[in-house]
Write a protein that binds this ligand. Structure first.
Ligand code: AMP
Length: 504
């Protein structure tokens, strides 16, 4: 390269400076080519994958013959099911709900046999509408809470999807179905449902942080069909190449709102980079806020959505809700009175706000010789599993827990929910109350409310009224006081705000 001399240094030596215009041309980023390469890379990444079969639905003559009025009436009477097609452009026809198990699983005797074995009477609302949609291969968003039968709503079609693919399990080369769940408890519960209802030797594994990592790796590498995982641990195994996610054709994001609340979005993003884009995806969520909509937009393709009820869900309607307005310092005595009046068959979950309170109450019971277990995030995983097991099996009839247990926890015979501390929001209240009154049973929820909970008083009143429950006068007074306080605050803010000079 020809150099031009421009100046001298202190020693008088002429400095070699490359004239800027002689610089090799500064590289310019060619975005168009990058995009093209990305598309090429994507195409290469997903080339040579076996085809996916997604549509397995054969509508029964009974379902097909339902009139529009019958469909509407069924939806209304079944928790007010609301459906929509989120596909842009021309809308598709939402399939009629299935009223009986035979309407949808007639051709799958293994599934029918399992349903008969457990003695379920009929599909739950979410199942009746979700099954015909998912079985047609359409992505689905189910807005439904735990306790509504949402797990089987996605598991049953998942089993059919898995066992009906055009390629064998060996050709698949990895798991075919992935369920992402927010907590270990929920993941373990989904696994338990899976074990109860699978057939044809479908193998599943539950992968969660705190569990035996080596054991999980061993099982995964030996070959499984269904992986049920919390995002953190799965992402860890994925980064270390212990698991092949490319073979997944049926994906479930369970309790998406909860996963977002727990900050799992980055891990979900990383996991899904390796899952083929033409998979089928089902997402469940108890609520439908912006974050969940965004997730749905990113990861589901032309989905249909099924809402089951609003906040005043089936579970809440089968639970008698008692609210007691009380002073903070009287709470322990009231709880003691409640525990002392428990009947031998009663089973209660006591919800508290802090891990420390959970330990404190549990040790109080322990000192009195009352068998109790506690469940919160500071306990070791094995202790948490033991606590749940003891409570499920009835070795203890009292479980003291933080909100870790408010969702997903599925113990059929909880007779009472005792809210020692009011939860941080009204949604959580609904989840807690839904731990009792499950699968058609009735239950009772007792909630202590102190003056520091005044913010939620009016929302709580709304829930109680919708479910035809008694609303204590003290709670109404509390809601009114809060409203007045807010008005006063607004007025003060206005007074303090610097007055703008009138414009000339
Ligand atoms: P989930 O909402 O998935 O947590 O389910 C709550 C409970 O309802 C689970 O124990 C299920 O086994 C049970 N369940 C699921 N489907 C039905 C049904 N069709 N009838 C009665 N119970 C059901």
């Amino acid at each position: 390269m020809k150099q031009q001399h421009f100046g001298t240094n202190s020693a008088g030596k002429i400095l070699d400076i490359i004239k800027p215009e002689n610089n090799p041309k500064k590289p310019v980023i060619n975005w168009a080519s990058l995009r093209e390469n990305k598309a090429k890379y994507e195409a290469m990444k997903w080339a040579d994958l076996p085809p996916i079969e997604k549509n397995f639905y054969k509508e029964s003559s009974r379902t097909a013959s339902m009139s529009q009025e019958e469909v509407e009436l069924w939806r209304k009477e079944n928790n007010n099911i609301i459906c929509d097609d989120l596909k842009e452009g021309e809308k598709r026809c939402i399939p009629n709900p299935v009223c009986k198990f035979e309407d949808v699983f007639e051709h799958y005797p293994d599934i029918m046999a399992n349903i008969r074995k457990v003695g379920f009477q009929k599909p739950t609302p979410i199942q009746s509408q979700a099954w015909p949609i998912i079985l047609q291969g359409i992505d689905l968003i189910g807005i439904a809470q735990t306790g509504t039968g949402k797990t089987l709503a996605y598991l049953m079609p998942g089993f059919i999807h898995l066992t009906s693919q055009p390629i064998s399990k060996d050709q698949r080369g990895g798991p075919g179905m992935l369920v992402l769940a927010p907590t270990r408890e929920l993941a373990l519960q989904v696994e338990a449902e899976c074990l109860k209802y699978t057939y044809k030797g479908i193998k599943s594994i539950c992968i969660y942080g705190g569990g035996d990592r080596k054991g999980q790796i061993d099982v995964v590498t030996k070959g499984v069909d269904i992986v049920i995982a919390t995002p953190g641990r799965l992402n860890d195994l994925q980064m270390n190449n212990f698991i092949n996610l490319k073979s997944i054709t049926y994906l479930v994001l369970d309790e998406a709102d909860r996963m977002l609340d727990m900050g799992f979005e980055p891990q979900i993003m990383k996991i899904l980079i390796d899952v083929r884009p033409d998979r089928q995806t089902v997402m469940t969520s108890a609520t439908w806020p912006d974050g969940v909509r965004r997730l749905a937009k990113s990861y589901l393709k032309n989905p249909m959505i099924v809402y089951v009820g609003t906040l005043d869900l089936a579970a809440v309607n089968t639970v008698e809700q008692r609210v007691i307005v009380i002073a903070e310092e009287e709470k322990k005595a009231f709880m003691q009175y409640f525990i002392d009046s428990m009947k031998p068959k009663d089973k209660v979950i006591i919800f508290v706000g802090k891990k420390l309170t959970a330990d404190d109450l549990a040790s109080d019971f322990g000192l009195q010789g009352i068998p109790v277990q506690s469940l919160h995030g500071n306990r070791e995983q094995c202790d948490r599993e033991q606590a749940l097991d003891d409570f499920k099996k009835g070795k203890v009839r009292i479980l003291v827990a933080t909100d870790l247990a408010s969702r997903g926890l599925d113990v059929h015979d909880i007779t009472h929910v005792f809210n020692f501390d009011f939860p941080r929001n009204i949604e959580e209240y609904v989840h807690r109350v839904g731990r009792t009154g499950r699968a058609g049973r009735t239950g009772e929820a007792v909630t202590l409310v102190t003056k520091s909970d005044w913010r939620v008083a009016s929302e709580l009143i709304e829930i109680l009224e919708r479910a035809n429950q008694v609303v204590p006068n003290e709670l109404i007074a509390m809601a009114e006081r809060y409203k007045e306080f807010q008005i006063r605050k607004e007025i003060e803010k206005d007074i303090r705000r610097p007055q703008r000079k009138p414009s000339k």
